[in-house]
Design a protein around this ligand. Structure first.
Ligand code: ADP
Ligand code: MG
Length: 462
């Protein structure tokens, strides 16, 4: 049971009176206004009533967070009008009561987690992750073309090595290659982690011979997330031999990694040189255009699978593309969330709602500290933290400082005065000025926009 509770000091008058939930609801409607009421409060149910507190039911964690962060105080004071002894409310998430149509969003979410599972599922290809569903833009064009080429001219590029950050489409591309080639070949698709699991299992069960045989039978060997072998000597040894024997029999080898071959520290040099001996391509962070394209494709897919429109206003789509993080997995998550909440509140969301959702998404994933923002930003610009926080106003210090303030405002829930204090006791108006300046620059200056995107992904990663 997940609970969030809110406490205020009660004068504890004893009253034995039961709440009439209908009349409470009517007073919510009056005091919050019909829009907030019908979007949010109407869906709250009364689960249990005690003398001094009540347990209220909501459908989802997001719903709960939204309501507690915005309306909890006022809900409590409304309740006290009906029953003075109440001093506390608790929210319980009761998804099974969900009368609201969340089915579609759950379907979408399931799809995403299916994909995740299938990555873990040894040698199983996901039919949805194919070349047609892969949206191509500047950042991934080269890897896309290389992947296609590798399929057309088997073992011409051997190995094909695709690297890039999290959630940028590496597994998707590897899977697409696997699907395409499995029509006419014996394809082996495995994550490096799973490879290790099999390896250890085989050693324990004394089945190394069949292990070796098994992997060497493939004429297409695709291994995902090879960075996993870093620091694992025995695994590297085995991988090296597997690689060589596959290579010698001209099997196509495809590899993904979160970094370039030469950046794979704690990996044997002979392996690194093998890995970079074919074609090495990187997959970059999506730019605004690619993010837009992916969103449009999602809208299109949504329409064809649910036979209804996701109701996203144009400015909301642009907003998501612009302010979401450079991670396609997260972009899709945000899309699902925004659509789901638009549907739930039965009105298309506006930019403001969207801002809150984005912030919640980031905050729910990890707690981001101002310290972290400051360290990442000063490292990124190769200036010292002391200089960045100092009163000096030269551009090379002032810009990073402003960017860090901007990021503190966008990525944390700290108030402006708090942020000011954390930047060597500056005034909150300085923070406002910084946020406005950077917002303008993001619109007009490519470099600043890119810097901010990179900073965001650095701060949000790990
Ligand atoms: P990685 O392996 O690089 O961490 P994934 O391949 O798992 O990333 O991609 C994360 C999610 O984003 C997946 O749902 C994937 O289908 C989707 N995705 C990534 N790139 C694209 C793209 N270019 N077009 C459509 N979907 C994409
Ligand atoms: Mg992956």
């Amino acid at each position: 049971m997940e609970k969030v509770s809110l406490k205020i000091n009660s004068k504890s008058p004893l009253e034995e009176k039961h709440l009439n939930w209908d009349s409470v609801q009517r007073s919510f409607d009056r005091s919050f206004g019909s829009e907030i009421y019908s979007s949010w409060l109407k869906h709250i149910s009364l689960i249990k009533e005690f003398n001094d507190y009540v347990i209220l039911g909501v459908k989802t964690r997001f719903f709960r967070d939204w309501i507690t962060s915005r309306y909890a105080d006022k809900i409590l004071s409304e309740l006290k009008k009906h029953k003075l002894s109440i001093s506390r409310i608790e929210f319980k998430i009761e998804p099974e009561n969900s009368a609201i149509k969340t089915q579609f969003s759950e379907n979408l979410m399931n799809k995403v987690s299916d994909i995740k599972n299938s990555i873990m599922n040894y040698n199983r290809l996901n039919p949805n992750l194919n070349f047609d569903s892969f949206v191509v833009g500047k950042s991934n064009n080269l890897s896309f073309l290389s992947a296609k080429k590798a399929c057309n001219q088997l073992s011409r590029y051997n190995p094909l090595f695709i690297y890039g950050g999290v959630g940028l489409g590496k597994t998707h591309l590897l899977n697409a290659i696997g699907l395409e080639l499995s029509k006419n070949n014996k394809v082996m698709f495995i994550s490096a982690e799973r490879f290790m699991y099999q390896f250890i299992k085989s050693i324990k069960k004394n089945e190394m011979v069949s292990f070796k045989d098994y992997f060497r039978k493939a004429n297409v060997f695709i291994i995902d997330d090879i960075q996993f072998i870093r620091g694992k000597e025995a695994l590297q040894e085995e991988f090296f031999h597997t690689f060589n024997s596959l290579f010698d029999q001209s099997s196509q080898i495809v590899i993904s990694s979160d970094r370039a071959p030469n950046k794979l520290d704690r990996v044997q040099d002979r392996i690194k040189s093998r890995l970079s001996g074919g074609l090495v391509v990187d997959i970059g962070a999506p730019d605004y255009d690619l993010k837009l394209k992916i969103l449009r494709k999602r809208i299109h897919d949504y329409q064809s699978s649910f036979k209804e429109n996701p109701d996203l206003q144009e400015d909301v789509i642009n907003y998501i593309a612009k302010y979401s993080n450079s991670n396609i997995r997260e972009l899709i998550g945000i899309f699902n969330r925004v659509v789901a909440f638009g549907k739930m509140s039965k009105k298309p969301l506006n930019i403001n709602d969207c801002k809150i959702i984005l912030k919640d998404v980031y905050n729910s994933n990890k707690v981001i500290s101002i310290d972290k923002i400051q360290t990442v930003t000063s490292n990124f610009f190769s200036i010292s933290l002391t200089d960045m926080l100092s009163p000096r106003r030269s551009r090379p210090l002032a810009r990073p400082r402003q960017m860090a303030m901007y990021l503190a405002k966008k990525l944390t829930s700290r108030s402006l005065p708090e942020i000011g204090r954390r930047f060597a006791n500056r005034d909150h108006t300085t923070v406002i000025h910084a946020v406005k300046t950077i917002e303008k620059l993001i619109d007009n200056n490519d470099e600043i926009r890119k810097n901010i995107e990179e900073l965001k992904s650095l701060i949000l990663s790990d």
